[in-house]
Every structure is written in structure tokens, then in C-alpha cells.
Design a protein around this ligand. Structure first.
Ligand SMILES: [Zn+2]
Length: 497
């Protein structure tokens, strides 16, 4: 009896890019997953830990129910059921078990505050398409003006959502961003234009948003969000919209929102898949209820490594703006207790139920986290990265590799990027074995050879070197900084991407 298993984008590289796998002769979730990993063995280490337990940053759903609230791996399945594998994704996500979520939960402004807000004639004219709708009206527009929303990140998700929030008349928009506009941002971050390349994003974003709507206040926060400043910052706003692209900040935003009782409008994106939810620990689950712990570094690729379709953050970021606006005016049914999954290639939206996890370490009754922690440590990120300008230990600089070539030294230059990247540019004489395929194609390499591994920026190649060394290739070395640094220091004729 066939059961459909839906494979999320980050794991499709292990199923030959299949989005759905049909599994036969499985009566339970455990049986279905074991058939799945028998057919696609590279999936195993992404789904299961060393004790063969499902990893804590991977959730499995039967239809729209999380198996943690059914019979876990023993949950029985029947013909026609759909199994979804939902991993946490960093780029930039309530009402089973929590009862009915009150409408407008998180509605910030009290009646007295709303009454004290005044819209002038220009504002009434500007917002007239809102004002004539009964669902918004004068009261809703005043609530928008009274609302204070903190946007963490002004990148792919932050660009559309801050523009829609500003245009809609959210009275105070806080922006946390410390990055600089890069030309590769322009493919999706419509907040910026070509002339902004090289400017601090915060400065360019604040200018654009003030031009868009001079009736609102834009509050730029140039510092990185940290355990030291997050609680104070979040406390000054009614809600947070999370447009970050990394796990430490995601967990930090979640915990700061739970501890201060603010709703957290979550969105994340990877390649052509997006996730959306509203976490509000007072009324529903939080991010840690869904994913108690982050994945180890390296197991989940970032958007810089995996890519992201230009329009996808526009869609997910716009949905985040929609949810923030609904929370502010108290209209509609919020995404609290629900997780939306969007597959842009298939143009399919799916919705899963989210429940409050009674064992959640921060919002459960027996919570163990009562203050902010060290989020780099939580995510297994070493405190200091090796200095970028100096190759260390097992690493060679591009100039050293070029000198080896010039001397005619025998070695294999192994490129572990993917085929699409290889087609953009390559180093003369390199051999391509994408990182995903390395273990499968290991027989193409010889342990006696000296191997220099490179990728785009040096992160994947460092992982490839670790894999190679584990497999007996003791002479494998990493080329620090990847082909980007090669382009800077050796061959500027190559395009950068
Ligand atoms: Zn929780």
C-alpha cells in the first residue's frame, strides 16, 4: 500500500531531486522511513542521529499532524497518507492543543492608545483604500499607526516586508541590520538599487522607507542583535518580524520574544521553498516547540551556498508583512499554531498544525531556559573564525596553489561546487566532484595523490577535506577563500558570483 513521502528542498539532493517518493509495504512511520533510507542511503545521516533517533531539527508529519503528538515513529499509516519531512531552514518560520487562538492576539494598542492617535488629512488621503474597507477602517488604520514593529534583518525577507509595513502606515518600524549592500543582493532585495552598492543597508533602507512614507518613524538599530541587547530592544516594540538568515539569530529572536511575551512573525527561505508561521508563546507554540535545537553547523546549507530564487523572499516576506498587519489591527485568523510550507517550483502551499510542546525548554511548564544564552555556542559555531587573510594548518592560499602549478608540482585540484557553479566559472585544470557526490564517487580519487580542494568561498571545501581525511586521504588540503579569493588574488578575469 503506497504512502507518499514529501521531500523538502534541502534534502532533495539525496533523492535524485525527487520531491515525492512513494513507499510501499509500510505500516508505520518507522517502516516508511527505513524503506526511504534503504533506497536513498545518503538521507540517513540527515534524518537520524547516531542513536538512530529522528534528529531534533527534523519534524515528521503524517498528513498535517506532527508525529511527536501521535505515536511518534510507531504512528501507523495507511494507504493514501502523506508523510512530510520538515527540517529547520535558516534563511531569510500554532492550534492544536492550545484551543482557539483569540483573534488579534498580540494586538498591541489598547483602546485608549488608539483613541489618542490622530490621522491628518494627508494621511486620510494616502490610506483611503484601507479606510473604506470595513476590516481596516479608521480604527484599524489608527491601530497601524500606533503599532511598533521590529524587523530583524533588512535582506531578502526584510526588503519586501519593511516596504509593505511602511506603505501600510505602521507607525514605528525598527530595523536591525549591520550589513552593506552587495551587488548579489539586487537579484531579490528590491529595497536597494544599483547605486546603493557599497552603502550600509541600514542607511539605504531607512532612506528608501522614509521616501515611501514620510508619516511614519523609521528607527535604525545599527548593532548586531545579541544576548546583551535583545531583551531591551524587543521590549520597545509590540512584535518582531524575523527576517534573519542564520540559526543563532533565529533562536535569539525566538527566546527574546518568548521572554518578553511578544509575537514573532517567522519566515524562512531556501532555494525555492519557504516556511511561514507566527510564534506567540502566550497563545501558541514557539520556534523551539517546533525545533528544540538547531542543526549542527554545515549540515544545512545557507542561501549563500544553496542559492535562492529571486522572487521567493518577495512572496514569503510579503506574507510576513500581511501577518504583522493582521496582528496589529486584530483582523482575520493569524498563523499562530500553523506552519505554511510553500514550494515555488510546484506552486503549492501546504499547511501543517503546530502544537505547543509541553517539553519546550523555554515556553513549556518545566522550562529550563529563563534568560538569553550564548547562541553561537548553541549552534556549535566556534567563537573565532581563522583569520581570512592567512591560511592556517591544512590550508593553502590561492597564491600558494598557483605557485605549485607554476612549479609543475603534481596534485589534483578538486572543485566541490555544484554543476551550476562550475558552469559560471572554473579554475583551469580543476576536476569537479560536487560535495554531495563526494562519498559516492570517492573511488575516482587516489589516496596516494596530493589533493587540493576548493569551492566558492572555502566553507564546503573545508568540509570536503574533513570527509576526505576521514576516508584515508591524508594528503588532502583546503584552498582558503575558494574561487572568490582565487579571482581576487590570482585570476581577475574570472567572474565573481
Ligand atoms: Zn516553545
Amino acid at each position: 500500500m503506497p504512502v507518499k513521502v514529501l521531500i523538502p528542498t534541502p534534502l532533495r539532493r539525496f533523492t535524485g531531486e525527487q520531491a515525492e517518493v512513494e513507499v510501499n509495504d509500510a505500516a508505520t512511520v518507522a517502516e516508511a522511513l527505513s524503506v526511504l533510507i534503504r533506497e536513498h542511503d545518503a538521507l540517513k545521516k540527515h534524518l537520524f542521529d547516531d542513536q538512530d533517533k529522528i534528529r531534533s531539527f527534523v519534524n515528521v508529519y503524517v498528513n498535517d499532524d506532527d508525529i511527536r503528538y501521535l505515536d511518534r515513529e510507531r504512528t501507523s499509516i495507511k494507504e493514501g497518507d502523506t508523510l512530510s519531512i520538515v527540517p529547520s531552514i535558516a534563511g531569510g518560520a500554532a492550534a492544536g492543543g492550545v484551543g482557539v487562538v483569540p483573534k488579534g492576539n498580540g494586538t498591541p494598542a489598547s483602546a485608549a492608545v488608539v483613541d489618542s492617535v490622530v490621522l491628518d488629512q494627508d494621511e486620510i488621503h494616502r490610506y483611503s483604500r484601507h479606510l473604506i474597507m470595513p476590516e481596516v477602517g479608521m480604527d484599524g488604520q489608527k491601530r497601524l499607526k500606533a503599532a511598533k514593529v521590529l524587523c530583524v534583518g533588512a535582506g531578502g525577507l526584510g526588503a519586501p516586508l519593511t516596504m509593505y509595513l511602511a506603505a501600510a502606515g505602521i507607525g514605528r518600524i525598527g530595523l536591525v541590520e549591520f550589513d552593506v549592500v552587495d551587488v548579489t543582493n539586487l537579484q531579490r532585495q528590491l529595497l536597494y538599487s544599483t547605486r546603493d552598492v557599497g552603502r550600509p543597508k541600514l542607511e539605504a533602507a531607512a532612506e528608501r522607507l522614509r521616501h515611501l512614507n514620510p508619516h511614519i518613524e523609521i528607527a535604525p538599530h545599527p548593532d548586531r542583535l545579541t544576548s546583551e541587547n535583545a531583551l531591551d530592544l524587543v521590549a520597545g516594540y509590540d512584535m518582531v518580524v524575523d527576517g534573519t538568515d542564520n540559526f543563532p539569530t533565529r533562536y535569539l529572536v525566538n527566546d527574546a520574544c518568548v521572554l518578553t511575551g511578544k509575537p514573532n512573525v517567522y519566515g524562512s527561505i531556501f532555494r525555492f521553498e519557504g516556511q511561514l508561521s507566527v510564534f506567540s508563546a502566550n497563545a501558541g507554540p514557539c520556534y523551539r516547540c517546533l525545533f528544540p535545537t538547531p542543526p549542527p553547523p554545515g549540515l544545512v546549507p545557507s542561501c549563500a551556498e544553496g542559492g535562492v530564487l529571486g522572487v521567493l523572499p518577495g512572496i514569503i516576506g510579503s506574507l510576513q508583512a500581511l501577518e504583522a498587519i493582521k496582528l496589529a489591527i486584530g483582523a482575520g485568523d493569524s498563523m499562530i499554531g500553523r506552519l505554511l510550507l510553500f514550494d515555488a517550483l510546484a506552486l503549492k502551499f501546504r499547511e501543517l498544525k503546530l502544537r505547543k510542546n509541553p517539553e519546550c525548554p523555554i515556553c513549556g511548564p518545566h522550562r529550563t531556559i529563563t534568560k538569553l544564552v550564548d547562541y553561537d555556542e548553541l549552534c556549535g559555531i566556534p567563537r573565532a573564525e581563522p583569520a581570512a587573510d592567512k591560511a592556517t594548518g591544512d590550508e593553502l592560499t590561492p597564491r600558494e596553489v598557483k605557485a605549485m602549478m607554476n612549479r609543475g608540482e603534481p596534485f589534483v585540484l578538486l572543485d566541490v561546487r555544484n554543476v551550476a557553479e562550475w558552469n559560471i566559472c572554473r579554475i583551469e585544470g580543476a576536476r569537479l566532484i560536487p560535495l554531495d557526490a563526494l562519498e559516492r564517487r570517492i573511488s575516482e580519487l587516489d589516496t596516494a595523490d596530493k589533493i587540493v580542494v576548493h569551492c566558492r568561498s572555502g566553507v564546503r571545501s573545508r568540509r570536503a577535506v574533513a570527509t576526505l581525511r576521514d576516508m584515508g586521504f591524508t594528503k588532502a588540503q583546503n584552498m582558503a577563500g575558494g574561487i572568490l579569493r582565487w579571482t581576487d588574488e590570482v585570476d581577475p578575469s574570472l567572474p565573481k558570483y
